[in-house]
Design a protein around this ligand. Structure first.
Ligand code: FEO
Length: 173
């Protein structure tokens, strides 16, 4: 069943949000690379790849249901951060916004009894719980370490940060 025009518009908006997250994480990764923090850089570059994967899941779903893909304009991300925690905070804020957007989409789909879209969105609801938790954990560690302790954060990320932080591939990414 093809989603309604309203649902399709919201799905296309979500493609834009996922691509915006992708380029934002590339910008954050590039910032960390410039600052001599290669593990944090690699972590965010990997997150960028995951976000592109999310965008493609939405694109494929729109196409599979007979909809038309229209990618919205993507805003330019910030490239400079005074403190490492500012970059991670930006990432966390973005993940919270994406979570809200996915929940709004789910409300829209279920309100229209669009079970195909609701079923598709279910994976993202779980994924967002994980992504927000991971970014909150990284922010706590960066704040505890402080600017002078960022090499400890590098070590933490390199070791997997308790399992979630190394950006290990998850099923379906
Ligand atoms: Fe695809 Fe992290 O939002």
């Amino acid at each position: 069943m093809k989603p309604s025009d309203k649902v399709l518009a919201a799905l296309n908006e979500q493609v834009g949000m996922e691509l915006a997250a992708c380029i934002k994480y590339d910008a954050i990764g590039a910032h960390f690379a410039t600052e001599g923090l290669p593990r944090l850089a690699a972590y965010f570059f990997k997150q960028a790849t995951e976000e592109r994967g999310h965008a493609h899941r939405f694109i494929k779903f729109i196409l599979d249901t007979g909809g038309r893909v229209e990618i919205p304009e993507i805003p330019k991300p910030p490239h400079h951060f005074k403190f490492a925690k500012d970059a991670v905070k930006l990432a966390l804020e973005g993940e919270n916004l994406v979570t809200q957007a996915i929940h709004n989409l789910m409300d829209l789909a279920t309100g229209e009894k669009d079970y195909s879209t609701a079923n598709f969105l279910q994976w993202f609801i779980g994924e967002q719980v994980e992504e927000v938790a991971t970014m909150e954990q990284l922010l706590k560690v960066v704040e505890r370490a402080g600017e002078s302790g960022l090499l400890l954060v590098e070590d933490f990320v390199a070791k997997g940060g308790g399992g979630a932080l190394a950006g290990e591939s998850k099923e379906g990414d």
